[in-house]
Ligand binder design. Structure first.
Ligand SMILES: [Zn+2]
Length: 172
């Protein structure tokens, strides 16, 4: 039984994505829903944890497995704002998650529809139901805003550096 709609669940993921963004992490958020209950929440913690595997999906899946007390998350649905990468898509298959709902596509690294089709690959021993494009515009906006602000910061700091260097040259 699911008491949440896909739209509402993606809204929770968007809140988590914003939390990641406010901490300087690429804004991606994920939740795992089982039996009408959220059993795992996660957002990208790659920078904070210094961990290349700390993607939102992995964080949420780990929490969910702790709650269930088992690695197998059959009948669970994972919601995430961005199309999962190859690592996360592989983790979804390994966790035997029943259904995946994602927001915007990731043309450069997406392993669900864009570059690979891991969750639906018939050569693997488990396949997921996939729904993509839920609140895709809002999910993509979150990422766009983050990268635009980061580019602005980089430009501002390099301009500051240049001014400082010019002053040092003049002082010599
Ligand atoms: Zn990933």
């Amino acid at each position: 039984m699911t008491i949440f709609t896909d739209h509402a669940c993606m809204g929770i993921c968007l809140v988590l994505a914003r939390r990641a963004g406010s901490r300087g992490e690429v804004p991606v958020g994920a939740i795992v829903v089982h039996d009408g209950r959220i059993i795992g929440r996660g957002y990208n913690l790659r920078e904070a944890d210094g961990d290349p595997t700390a993607h939102a999906e992995i964080v949420a899946i780990r929490r969910a497995a702790e709650v269930i007390g088992h690695w197998r998350l059959l009948d669970a649905t994972l919601y995430v704002t961005l199309e999962p990468c190859a690592m996360c898509a592989g983790a979804l298959v390994n966790a035997r998650i029943g259904r995946l709902v994602y927001g915007c596509t990731d043309p450069k690294a997406g392993a669900v529809d864009s570059m690979f089709g891991i969750p639906t690959d018939r050569r693997l021993n488990h396949r997921l139901q996939v729904v993509g494009g839920v609140r895709a515009g809002e999910c993509a906006d979150e990422l766009r805003r983050f990268f635009r602000a980061r580019r602005r910061r980089v430009r501002a700091s390099s301009a500051r550096r240049t001014r400082l260097e010019q002053r040092q040259v003049r002082a010599r």
